[in-house]
Design a protein around this ligand. Sequence first.
Ligand SMILES: [Mg+2]
Ligand SMILES: [Zn+2]
Length: 168
Amino acid sequence: MTSYYSAIAERMAGPGREQLVRKLAEYHHGNESLHMHEYIERREPCSYCWLRAGRAMQIVGEHLVAGPLADVLAERARQDAKWGEQNHPDGTKQIMYGCLARDWKYIVEAAAAKGKLTWRHVLLEEVYEALAEDDAAKLRAELVQVAATAVCWIEAIDRRTATEADRG
Ligand SMILES: [Mg+2]
Ligand SMILES: [Zn+2]
C-alpha cells in the first residue's frame, strides 16, 4: 500500500530500496520505546515513522555509494573474486594474546595522557582485543570494533585530505 508519506520515504531511500524502507518504517512504528506520538495502534506506519525511515535510508544510501563503506564493499568484492569463499581457523587465544591486549591498553592510556595518541594505538588496541577472544560471539563483537575503527580512521584521513584540498 502506498500513501503520500510512504512515497516520500521511498523517494528519499532511492530506487530498489522500497522493501527496506518499508521494513524500517514498520520497525520504527512498532517499537514503542522509539515512538513519539499517538498513532501506534495503527498497523500501517505513520508519517513520522515513514519520514524517519526515509532519512535513515538516505544516510545509508550515501554511505553505500561514496565514502569508506563503499570502498570496503568494493574491496570485499575484489577479495571474493580473487580468493572465493575463505574459511580459516580463528587462531586466537586468551592465554597468548590476553597479556598483550592488557599491556597495549596501558601503552595506549599512557600515550593518550601524554597527548601522543595516534590511530596506530587505537586500531592496534582493538586488534589485540580481538586476538585475545576465543569465544565466537565475543570475537565477532571485537572484529566489528576493529572494522568500525578502521572506517573511523579512513573518515579522519578523508576529512584531512578534504581540508588540505580546500586550502589549496
Ligand atoms: Mg574492542
Ligand atoms: Zn509511527
